[in-house]
Design a protein around this ligand. Structure first.
Ligand code: PEP
Length: 251
């Protein structure tokens, strides 16, 4: 059966020392509790190796926030999926709306990145989601379906089964506006049905679909109570243990 997961996305926050301190603090907090979901932190590249060396990676999964769309070579400044994997990280966020909006990532680029992540045994946390205008004009179902089908639906069922989906409405990311539990359930159910239509019910039922967008201690419980919401991808609230832990404990 699918896993419940709470994953933090640190974005471009925390210098190396601050990042290691946050990871250690989270490790200590989790070691003292019984936790009912998997916990993952996705950090800037430079944090990956030292964080993996410092924390208990059985307690906290570690991921990158992106990887390159090439295997290796003359791509100055890029970090490949195999480099990410060599740090000990197990996950990589792909298709975050900030990458799509500010760095021009297309579904085609993301298809390549997903293939490279899987080839290097990384679990992609693959983000989909609509902008406000698409929510308001009702095209959000089509937008999300296209993001899934163009980037992922040429994968084999076996490879697709290794992917975690994160539904992140762009209008809710970092804005303090959250999808209501009913809005989240509606689109998560649609995503699961879309996966079932392509790969069958068993694959769909085993796919973890996370919600992301201003998720915090006060709304996590209600969001996660939905049958098709299997956890969260958390931005701002993942930057402090006191705001991240209550979200983890919402399960
Ligand atoms: C995110 O960037 O993935 C995110 C969900 O951010 P926030 O929780 O800050 O809205």
């Amino acid at each position: 059966m699918r896993k419940n997961i709470v994953a933090g996305n640190w974005k471009m926050n925390k210098n190396l020392q601050e990042g290691i301190a946050l990871a250690e603090e989270l490790n200590e907090a989790l070691a003292e509790k019984t936790i009912n979901c998997d916990v993952v932190i996705c950090t800037p590249y430079i944090h990956l190796a030292p964080v993996c060396a410092t924390i208990d990676t059985d307690l906290i999964g570690v991921g990158a926030e992106n990887c390159a769309d090439h295997e290796s070579g003359a791509f100055t400044g890029e970090i490949s999926a195999s480099m990410v994997a060599s740090t000990g990280a197990q996950y990589v966020i792909l298709g975050h709306s900030e990458r799509r909006a500010y760095y021009g990532e297309t579904n085609a680029t993301l298809k390549t990145k997903t293939g490279l992540a899987l080839k290097n045994n990384l679990t992609p946390i693959f983000c989909v989601g609509e902008v406000l205008a698409e929510r308001e004009n009702g095209t959000y179902f089509d937008i999300v379906k296209t993001q899934l089908s163009e980037a992922l639906f040429e994968l084999s069922a076996e490879d697709f089964s290794k992917i975690v989906i994160a539904y992140e409405p762009v209008w809710a990311i970092g804005t303090g506006k959250t999808a209501s539990p009913a809005q989240a359930q509606e689109i998560h159910e649609f995503i699961r049905k879309t996966i079932a239509d392509k790969y069958g019910k068993e694959v769909a039922d085993n796919t973890s679909i996370l919600y992301g967008g201003s998720c915090n201690a006060s709304n996590a419980k209600e969001l996660f109570a939905n049958p098709d919401v299997d956890g969260g991808l958390i931005g701002g609230a993942a930057l402090k243990v006191e705001t991240f832990m209550p979200i983890i404990e919402a399960f």
